[in-house]
Design a binder for this molecule. Sequence first.
Ligand code: C2O
Ligand code: CU
Length: 418
Amino acid sequence: YDSLVPGTYDMAAMGYADHGGGTPVEHDHSAGMSVADLRGPSGTPDVTVTVTARKEGAKYTLNGTTPGPEIRAEQGQLIQVTLVNESVPDGVTLHWHGVDVPNGEDGVAGITQDAVRRGQSFVYRFVARDAGTYWYHSHQVSHEQVKNGLFGALVITPRGPRTPDQVAMIHTYQGRRTINGTPGVTALTANRLRLINTDAGPIRVWVSGTTFRVTAIDGHDVGEPPPVADRAVLVTAGARVDLHLDGPGRVDAGGGVAVATTGAGAVPLPAETVDFLSYGKSAPLGFDPSRANRDFRYDIGRRFGFLDGRPGMWWTVNGHLFPDVPMFMVRTGDVVRMTLHNGSGEVHPMHLHGHHVVVLSRNGVAATGSPWWTDSLDVNDEETYEIAFVAGNPGIWADHCHNLEHVPEGLAVHLAYA
Ligand code: C2O
Ligand code: CU
């Protein structure tokens, strides 16, 4: 594998702070890269939000609710979010899932910042550069904190007159599937629906009673989306899918919850799923993946070994156990191709921070639809995806499974560059 650096990476040597609570690490700017240089812009923010995290018993809330506040901004605006940890014992951060923020704003405890301890706060600042549907969540003990409520929606709308839309955050909370925190039926108030899967596994969402279009995937518009009817849409864990319903219909997220219009029909039966590989109109990518100067493999496996001294069956990346997984090292401006292969026996929703990747092929079949830009991609067992992206956002970026239980079980690696 071109440019893989063997051995364990040393975060401290790269000038990154360690996990709060451990031994403090001096920032060594002579090492070249420092997260302090990769913060968002200064200036007067256009959108200012304070988010206060609390834990009472098993319940986690942001500003007293879960999901937390829906944050909205217009494209080009400067967003400033102050995270306050009032009572989360393990500490908390906010990661802007799907937003290509500067690395120092990425909110990954132990990599881009220390976890925010009780009584502390942290200010995030970034420009809402790309319109789309995103979400935010804690990135500290995330398998527990996200599952139990430390997340919310982030919507960036295009400049100018706004078309009404509605967010539907789908989350299984204490064994029950909910939409925007509520089990049961949620009234559909707009034709444009922003689906966000905050669960650990894929969710099939059904649309019936009307034709509809998939207008965006992971915050990227689909070119000329053709109308389809009576289809399911697969929303990968962590992913977002925007729908436009052409008329009154019913949207069903399964598990007894629905987002529905009035006069909706019967509960739909399973049928075909919209295939993003061939959906919409093909268009130039804006870069040439055949000119890639980096070519990586990301092979997901599973084997017995010791992870942090614990014996068990763990996920592996290219045969390695975390944290002895070589980072993917690139340089700014590189065109990167990556072959994701899963031979682990289970589906993994793979999420790369700070970048959007385009899907080139699945199991050898080339993509023919609208460029399928994604940041959260389900790789099923025995599947192979070829993806590509441009390295245009320096820093250290997590590239991990968004079935968040799999992260402490080893399914994480980092992409790094200056
Ligand atoms: Cu939404 Cu590293 O996660
Ligand atoms: Cu996984």
